[in-house]
Design a protein around this ligand. Structure first.
Ligand code: GRF
Length: 198
């Protein structure tokens, strides 16, 4: 299973995938890491592991069409089976979503459909969970299609909200679970328990 990861920032989830692949816990290969942000630590993590790292953005390509074409070229060259959005802060071009229909997955740090949608990312998600008084938060892995935020949920794991939690303490607990749950879900995809493609 050839994986291409898109990430905009730190890439701790990317690292969890890389480690699981290296240790033989997931039968897959991380073929490339792509970021819209040249300063993303995720790109550095890729380079350290000898994984091709690409900065692809409007700045590097000059137009939305060129970005879309470049992404398609890289994905084709890597014979990509699975695209993972792990903290990627841009919408994927519709051409990419169509070409890789049912093969693009995103990880979200809450139990969708609660606390998702436009502007709900990073610490804001955990602030919203606490403000709502939820007793449980969690991790959602869902397909990304043209209806961006409403793609099919394929897996969810619960994480308790504890008394006295701040958005930061909750974020840390959820992120830790993301790392293990992402790997568990990749194993299910590799085992065809969750289908790839049409
Ligand atoms: C994660 O919380 C993920 O759910 C969200 O972005 C964050 C990425 O964290 N989509 P990292 O870059 O993998 O550390």
């Amino acid at each position: 299973m050839n994986i291409v990861v898109f990430a905009s920032h730190g890439g701790s989830n990317l690292q969890a995938v890389i480690d699981a692949v290296k240790e033989g816990r997931v039968e897959a290969c991380v073929k490339a890491v792509i970021s819209n942000n040249s300063g993303a630590f995720a790109l550095e993590r890729a380079r350290r592991e000898g994984i091709p790292a690409y900065h692809i953005s409007l700045k590097t390509e000059g137009s939305e069409e060129a970005v879309s074409q470049k992404l398609l070229d890289v994905l084709a060259e890597k014979e990509t089976d699975l695209v993972l959005l792990l903290g990627y802060m841009r919408m994927l071009p519709v051409e990419v979503l169509r070409r890789y229909h049912h093969r693009v997955f995103n990880i979200h740090p809450a139990l969708l459909p609660r606390h998702g949608g436009k502007g709900m990312y990073g610490i804001r998600v955990h602030e919203a969970v606490i403000a709502a008084g939820d007793a449980v938060s969690g991790v959602t892995i869902h397909r990304v299609d043209e209806d961006y935020d409403r793609g099919e949920i394929v897996a969810q794991a619960e994480v308790p909200v504890e008394r006295g939690d701040t958005p930061e303490t909750l974020a840390a607990r959820v992120l830790e679970r993301e790392h293990t749950f992402l790997v568990e879900t990749l194993c299910r995809i590799a085992a065809h328990d969750i289908a790839l493609g049409d």
